[in-house]
Design a protein around this ligand. Structure first.
Ligand code: KIV
Ligand code: ZN
Length: 449
């Protein structure tokens, strides 16, 4: 079955930037925009030009130098905003004005203090003005999922007639559910003139359903998804770009569609955003979190060592993560422990390994994650009788340890050597690259328990 092409509209630099602590200056936005370009997104929403001088400059600068994707700027449905957006965007190779106006009664009554009739007229006029400046006009009825559907469709029909080329349906407050949102998108698909228009989904994550809702929208006919790197955005955030993209890549049987995103650039994009904003990615974040490809439980480690497919549904490399990691903690098994020892230059027979493992578990109970220097101290403590072997790869032995052990130039390991006390609180992590040849059997599985 031919895959439908879904356009990725990245709003990290606009909706994402609106989340507390995430604001970016012009240079930072430019750096991020270049990475989004490398990532292959279709549209970069670069900012809200009327919001500040800095945001205007950022949109203008991105429009001038990032030439492949569409560059969009946000505007409220009023002439000042739309003209300002156009001033910032007009140098772009592919500019888009994104006009929004709330349509729910709750917003009309309490925020805008206008009637439905006024709202309808304002939306239409705004889109007409935007269209007079720019061919590519997106319209968003803010709070669409809490808007009376009949009124929503009336507004959408009016803005299509006024020249909108994308209708974006925002779940502004993260209130909808996949089934309900799918129904709404199907209804939008019946708006007169919709054949010339792209339907888009813009989901917030207040109930943790932003990605599920976006995928439901795609199944119902949306062909653009608005999302952000690391899922940053107002309150609980926007749909996470990396999750939307990888759901389609990993489950084409359920989502017969694809994007132009270069998935190997996902992790670099996530890391760059964290570096710029200073906001770390939560460790258990899907796709790009530190633990997304880390395994601590012995059974899992044993399985992954034998074949990563046992516990990984995508390869770390496919999303730009350098490698899977095995974290040595109290849930780890002998298989991972013996492998790490080998990488550090020690091989044990079964009886010795049992003894080391017993003491390792006691230590892991206390320190949570056993680091290399602690493991080496355990080995040293009892002057265990083990076979010394060259480490598996230079990369897997921290330089400080290698130097302390006197082996950085291939010298034999001394019987005992002083080990530096590490101030580095990273857990010991094992690279799977060097593990492929490790023998495993059913017994290893039982060891892992
Ligand atoms: O969430 C929202 O409604 C928005 C619009 C401006 C598209 O971000
Ligand atoms: Zn939003």
């Amino acid at each position: 079955m031919a895959k439908e092409r879904i356009r990725i509209f990245d709003t990290t630099l606009r909706d994402g930037e609106q989340s507390p602590g995430c604001s970016m200056n012009v240079q930072e936005k430019l750096r991020m925009a270049h990475q989004l370009d490398r990532l292959g997104v279709d549209v970069i929403e670069a900012g809200f030009p009327i919001a500040s001088e800095g945001d205007f400059e950022a949109v203008q600068a991105i429009a001038a130098v990032v030439r492949r994707p569409v560059v969009a700027g946000l505007a409220r449905a009023c002439p000042g905003d739309i003209q300002r957006a156009w001033q910032a965007l007009k140098g772009a190779a592919h500019p888009r004005i994104h006009v929004f106006l709330a349509t729910s009664d709750i917003h009309l009554k309490h925020k805008l203090r206008i009637s439905r009739q006024q709202c309808l007229a304002q939306a239409e006029e705004a889109v007409r003005l935007a269209k007079s400046l720019c061919d590519d006009v997106e319209f968003s009825p803010e709070d669409a999922t809490r808007t009376d559907p009949e009124f929503l469709l009336q507004v959408l029909a009016a803005v299509v007639a006024a020249g909108a080329t994308t209708l974006n349906i925002p779940d502004t407050v993260g209130y909808t559910t996949p089934e309900e949102f799918g129904e709404l998108i199907r209804a939008v698909g019946r708006v007169p003139g919709i054949e010339k228009v792209t339907i888009s989904a813009h989901c917030h994550n207040d109930l943790g359903m932003a990605v599920a809702n976006s995928l439901a929208a795609v199944a119902a006919g949306a062909r653009q998804v608005e999302c952000t790197i690391n899922g940053i955005g107002e309150r609980a955030g926007n749909a996470s770009l990396e999750e939307v993209v990888m759901a389609m890549r990993v489950r084409p049987d359920r989502h017969p569609c694809d994007t132009a995103v270069i998935s190997e650039q996902l992790y670099p994009a996530s890391q760059l955003l964290s570096e710029i904003t200073g906001i770390a990615v939560q460790p258990n974040k899907a796709i790009t979190g530190r633990n997304a490809f880390a395994h601590e439980a012995g059974i899992h480690q044993d399985g992954v060592l034998k074949n990563p497919l046992t516990y990984e549904i995508m390869t770390p490399k496919s999303v730009g993560v350098p490698d899977s990691t095995l974290v040595l903690g109290k849930h780890s098994g002998r298989h991972a422990l013996s492998l790490r020892c080998e990488q550090l230059g020690y091989r044990f027979d079964r009886r010795e390994l049992d003894e080391l493992y017993r003491r390792f578990v006691v230590l892991a109970d206390r320190v949570k994650h056993v680091k290399d220097y602690q493991l080496l101290e355990l080995v040293r403590e009892d002057g265990m009788t083990c076979q010394r072997i060259p480490p598996a790869s230079a990369e897997t032995v921290p330089m400080a340890l290698a130097a302390a052990a006197g082996n950085s130039h291939g010298q034999p390991y001394p019987k005992r050597f002083p080990l530096p006390l590490s101030t580095d609180f990273q857990p010991a992590q094992l690279s799977l690259n060097s593990m492929a040849a490790h023998p495993g059997d059913q017994e290893d599985y039982l060891w892992g328990v």
